[in-house]
Design a protein around this ligand. Structure first.
Ligand code: C2E
Ligand code: CA
Ligand code: CA
Ligand code: CA
Length: 287
């Protein structure tokens, strides 16, 4: 990782690293890395577009590799999925994140009530098909003393395309308990919009590519129409719309006008240590 001052860093350049780290080397190092505690989580705030208040954060895992520095999830999640390590790794991420959520909720709570801050955790397709998903999630929430409605599990649209009832069952169970399910990277797959009704999701996360198209000014009118249409459909199905990859104030404003509910991106904050949330005076707006 390149150091960029303070405790900030840039994630290692994948292409440069591909030359020094072999896939095989990383794959074999993964299980020991989990045991040695080389993974850590960064949190990126989720901000309400209407009032600018922080509503929670998404947990994003990183690997502090002893030789190669900080590696981003795109470097090792596919390997962890391939080897099955994603199940214990994902469980670890969930446990850490839920505990962090409790800390935030207590810290910002008022009058004995916890602050309504939520934690979003990514779920890989392998975790979805793992039989322990519901049990593990319930256990983790109970151990941490966190209400299910403080947790949102993010599942990619592609993982649910063509999903049969067996695959959806655990997600339904979790949704019935109050856990939110978000459809991540929405709009990148071959989404059958009608299919949405069948899925136990309550949040659509519009893919970054939509946000990027808002960067051009004036934005492509067709893109505007598409986002407007998705938002209208989502709201008519009682879904909340989150946008990711917001890098400028102009994008945030455009997306707010289009009716999106919450946003996430470098404009607000890069993913960072949990203490970063404390620096955002915005947190007060949720009280
Ligand atoms: P994602 O779930 O779509 O997460 C959003 C990605 O966009 C993150 O990349 C985040 O750092 C990045 N991002 C946030 N704001 C901006 C912005 O304004 N501009 C740009 N260009 N990028 C932004 P990251 O952290 O590298 O994570 C990549 C992917 O790795 C995630 O995509 C997610 O699919 C996966 N991932 C991360 N953590 C976990 C995990 O604990 N479990 C699983 N299964 N997957 C994870
Ligand atoms: Ca995500
Ligand atoms: Ca996403
Ligand atoms: Ca993604």
């Amino acid at each position: 990782a390149k150091s960029a001052g303070g405790n900030r860093y840039e994630l290692a350049d994948p292409e440069a690293d591909a030359r020094v780290i072999t896939r095989h080397g990383l794959t074999t190092a993964l299980p020991a890395a989990l045991e040695r505690g080389e993974f850590f989580i960064e949190y990126q705030p989720l901000v309400h577009l209407g009032d600018g208040g922080v509503r929670g954060a998404e947990a994003l895992v990183r690997w502090l590799h002893p030789q190669h520095g900080v590696l981003g999830p795109d470097r090792f999640i596919p390997l962890a999925e391939h080897t099955g390590l994603i199940v214990p790794l994902g469980r670890w991420v969930l446990e850490q994140s839920v505990r962090q959520a409790r800390t935030w909720r207590e810290r910002y709570g008022t009058g004995g009530a916890p602050a309504p801050l939520r934690i979003n955790v990514n779920l890989s397709p392998c975790q979805l098909t793992h039989p322990g998903l519901v049990r593990d999630t319930v256990e983790i929430l109970e151990r941490a003393g966190v209400e299910p409605d403080a947790l949102c599990l993010e599942v990619t649209e592609s993982a649910l395309i063509g999903a049969d009832d067996d695959l959806l069952k655990p997600l339904r169970r979790l949704a019935e308990m109050g856990v939110d399910i978000a459809l991540d990277d929405f709009g990148t797959g071959y989404s059958n919009l009608a299919n949405l009704r069948r899925l136990p999701v309550s949040i659509l996360k519009l893919d970054r590519s939509f946000t990027q198209s808002m960067q051009r000014f004036p934005a492509d009118p067709v893109d505007l129409k598409i986002v407007e249409g998705i938002v209208a459909l989502a709201h008519s199905l009682d879904l909340t719309v989150t946008v990711e990859g917001v890098e400028t104030g102009a994008q945030a404003e455009q997306l707010r006008v289009l009716g999106c509910d919450t946003a996430q991106g470098w404009y607000y904050a890069r993913p960072g240590p949990p203490e970063r949330l404390h620096d955002l005076a915005l947190v007060d707006a949720t009280a």
